[in-house]
Design a protein around this ligand. Structure first.
Ligand SMILES: Cc1cc2nc3c(=O)[nH]c(=O)nc-3n(C[C@H](O)[C@H](O)[C@H](O)COP(=O)(O)O)c2cc1C
Length: 150
């Protein structure tokens, strides 16, 4: 699965929200635009994710679309059980969820549905607000971070 499906290149988001002790988040590749009317996105957090239960409980999350040059951020948010926000620049967005400084786009969502998806959850989020900037995205391909040529 990993070897073949790693050939499907994607962008990278940090899914962030609020936990009992402050901001929480994790790096996520399985994120996509699901529906325009109503505006929905989908993502797949692992059943072993330490962050997902906090987002589920609070019902709110932000998908921060990472920019070219933010691979270090993607790596640090792929660790578990540590304070991933230490030293990270962020501001609270309109719903209070963390927006990472320098991200290419942010998508604020409310959890609408959670489906079983094997060892992952398939989460449908209702888009509440979103915005983006010019720039190049961080890309993940075959287990490595890459960038788009101009
Ligand atoms: C590029 C990249 C993409 C990832 N995509 C996902 C994903 O789609 N779903 C997921 O559950 N974990 C994904 N991960 C792994 C999580 O970021 C990692 O398991 C992290 O420790 C989870 O943190 P948590 O335990 O605080 O939730 C990805 C990691 C990287 C580096």
């Amino acid at each position: 699965m990993r070897q073949v499906l790693g050939r499907f290149a994607s962008g990278v988001v940090v899914v962030s929200g609020s936990g009992p002790d402050g901001p929480v988040g994790f790096t996520c590749q399985s994120f996509f635009s699901l529906s325009l009317e109503p505006p929905l996105v989908a993502l797949a957090p692992s059943r072993s994710s330490a962050t997902w239960p906090h987002l589920h409980r609070s019902t709110l999350f932000t998908a921060n679309v990472l920019r070219d040059g933010q691979a270090d951020l993607a790596r640090s948010f792929s660790r578990t059980g540590v304070d991933k926000f230490a030293g990270v620049a962020w501001v609270p967005g309109p719903t209070g969820t963390p927006h990472l400084r320098g991200a290419l786009a942010w998508v604020d969502c409310r959890v609408e549905q959670v489906h079983a998806g094997g060892d992952h959850h398939l989460v449908v989020g209702r888009v509440l607000q979103l915005a983006g900037e010019d720039g190049r995205p961080l890309v993940f391909y075959r287990g490595r971070f890459a960038s788009l040529e101009g």
